[in-house]
Write a protein that binds this ligand. Structure first.
Ligand code: F6R
Length: 609
């Protein structure tokens, strides 16, 4: 979602601000802008669409000034045009905002009633108008900022500069993250540490309710009541990551190919690669042995990894799992008790609905575990036990390596939970862990083996308008993930179903215009899935069969294509079968010419409801 950067510097800032915005592009946006102060005058350049439009404007008409704020906007209130792009100016006040001001309509009406006119359709403009009104009424800048913060409700990360103060940025956080970067004689502000990595690795995260005043030599942080507070300064690891595409055409492709390596790193943290055991201390503050049940909640792809995790916790640890998408979980008023624990899965660690579900469980007094990629994120900070997935920064909006790393961590935790609950014998533990340790090698060989076949198949798939994915057992959530991946980056309509549900409705859709992708490793569900495949074939459906050598040999049905993988243990099938699914969506989207890394309308970090 929206990205914010700011610099209080000693040298011109406009170009550096746009460079920093580039590192936030992965969050998704549809317009961008930058504002600076030069000789007591605020000036801005804004542009609809991608950053190169903004850069073109800056090249034609440069912005001088050693202080500035900049923004990538993911439209919520008001279309993504130049007028609605941030920064917004009101009487010498410039504002950028990530989030939603929930009471903006009432505030806008009140201000309009006082004769104020609004230039934009955004909720953000009320922030500038409220500050400007307080300044007109004689308040100082700091008081005006505080007064505004007391009036607005909702989710926000804000950065504000004032034409008559060229050495200060004010910032505030309630919900979406905001990080202060410490430089030498310069200070920085950013939506995350990745944006600030070229400038500094010394980061202070604002806590919810904090606001701050940044000058060239440091920052003062205040809590909601205006009391000075100290927040820890941390050394961020983000600078260590090269946020570039390497030899790949897209971040998504790079991230698909990184999976064997990042999964090896993750595994090394969770299992003993030598003696094929799990150390139950990985469970941290979650006492799996005494739990009556586990509640899992997450959004999108992270939710689908949780759904596969449910199969594992129930099978290997005999632990009942309650799972729901976070946007439903948070409002479902689920009766929860202290002998349950809750697990939240989030790549970004900032997803608004997941965080709200976490806080709901916290209020009930449940122990909270977080399976996250960003260890400094809000979800990680508010949890009792953090289970990092160690995928490294995921820049492509469509989640790939985070998904398989989440699965790797969930599989390890399910085995550890089984060990603690006495539901897994030592032999089974060793067998399961051995299978996990073989996974990175298997994934590398699959990536090499299937790419050219999938590229050719993608060309064919791109001619269709609807695609169905089917699977059973853990291949069912994978069918949902396959459909999600295809629709989000190629814009082809796709649906995932449990293969057994076919007869209860979706079979009506089957004809020669509906390719059906059947995910069926040769496992205990294989025969049943083949029966469903038979039903598709009998109705002229075109089948893309993703299976293994044994499955390919066992089925005699005609297919549009059969993608044959090595036969793998059941516990690693979801990770290994993710690869053809991701590659098929990727190549279809490339073939169709969509913006693979930043698909339309999508945001990487969804910090609003
Ligand atoms: C899909 C995708 C999204 C995210 C979802 C949750 O490819 O990436 O569905 O999985 O928005 O995001 P996190 O994991 O950051 O909470």
């Amino acid at each position: 979602m929206c990205g914010i950067v700011g610099i209080v510097g000693r040298e011109p800032v406009a170009e550096r601000l746009v460079d920093a915005l580039r590192r936030l592009e992965y969050r998704g946006y549809d317009s961008a802008g930058v504002a600076t102060i030069d000789s007591g005058v605020l000036a801005r350049r804004r542009a609809e669409g991608k950053l190169f439009n903004l850069e073109k404007k800056l090249a034609e008409d440069p912005l001088p000034g050693t202080i500035g704020i900049a923004h990538t906007r993911w439209a919520t209130h008001g279309v993504p045009n130049e007028t609605n792009a941030h920064p917004h100016f009101v009487d010498g006040v410039a504002v950028v905002h990530n989030g939603i001001i929930e009471n903006f309509s009432e505030l806008k009406e009140e201000l309009i009633g006082e004769g104020v006119t609004f230039e934009t359709q955004t909720d953000t403009e009320v922030v500038g108008q409220l500050i400007a009104r307080s300044l007109r009424n004689g308040m100082g800048r700091r008081e005006a900022m505080q007064a505004m913060l007391k009036q607005v409700t909702g989710a926000y990360a804000l950065a504000v500069i004032f034409a008559d103060d060229p050495s200060t940025i004010m910032a505030a956080r309630s919900g979406p993250p905001l990080a202060i970067g410490h430089g030498r004689g310069e200070m920085y502000l950013g939506s995350d540490a990745i944006a600030l990595a070229p400038f500094t690795n010394e980061i202070t995260y604002l806590v919810d309710g904090d606001w701050a005043i940044l000058g060239r030599d440091g920052a003062f942080i205040f809590d909601h009541d205006g009391n000075r507070v100290e927040r820890p300064r941390q050394i961020s690891q983000s600078a260590a990551y090269m946020v570039d595409k390497g030899n790949h055409r897209h971040f998504m492709e790079k991230e698909i190919y990184e999976q064997p390596e990042v999964i090896s790193h993750a595994l090394a943290q969770y299992v003993d690669l030598g003696d094929h055991t799990v150390d139950t201390s990985i469970c941290g503050a979650i006492d799996f042995a005494s739990l009556r049940s586990l509640a899992i909640s997450a959004c999108g792809t992270a939710y689908l990894s949780g759904l596969i995790g449910k199969y594992w916790f129930e099978r290997y640890a005999r632990l009942p799992v309650e799972i729901d998408v976070a946007s439903e979980f948070r409002y479902r008023e689920i009766p929860l008790a202290k002998d349950q624990a809750a697990l939240f899965i989030s790549q970004s660690g900032e997803t608004a609905d997941t965080l709200a579900s976490l806080r709901y469980c916290q209020e009930v007094g449940l122990k909270i575990g977080a399976v996250v990629n960003v260890k400094e994120s809000t979800i990680a900070r508010e949890s009792d036990a953090i289970f990092p997935i160690l995928a490294g920064p995921e820049i492509g909006v469509a989640s790939t390596k985070a998904f398989t790393c989440q699965l790797t961590v969930l599989a390890s935790l399910a085995i550890a939970a089984g060990k603690l609950r006495g539901t897994i014998a030592p032999d089974e533990e060793r067998q399961l862990v051995k299978s996990l340790t073989e996974m990175p090698r298997l994934m590398s060989s699959v990536l090499n083996a299937v790419e050219s076949q999938i590229e050719a198949l993608a060309r064919e798939l791109s001619r269709y308008q609807d695609v169905l994915y089917l699977g059973r057992g853990t291949s069912y959530p994978l069918a949902l993930e396959g459909a999600l991946k295809l629709k989000e980056i190629s814009y082809i309509h796709a649906e995932g179903y449990a293969a057994g549900e076919l007869k209860h409705g979706p079979i009506a859709l089957i004809d020669e215009n509906m390719p059906v992708i059947v995910i069926a490793p040769f496992d205990r569900f294989f025969e049943k899935t083949i029966s469903n495949m038979q039903e598709v074939a009998a109705r002229g459906g075109k089948i893309i069969f993703i299976t293994d050598e044994k499955g390919a040999a066992a089925s005699k049905l005609p297919t549009m294509a059969t993608i044959t993988l090595p036969h793998v243990a059941e516990i690693v099938a979801p990770m290994v079968y993710s690869l053809p699914i991701q590659l098929l969506a990727y190549h279809t989207a490339v073939f169709m010419g969509t913006d693979v890394d930043q698909p339309r309308n999508l945001a990487k970090s969804v910090t609003v409801e």
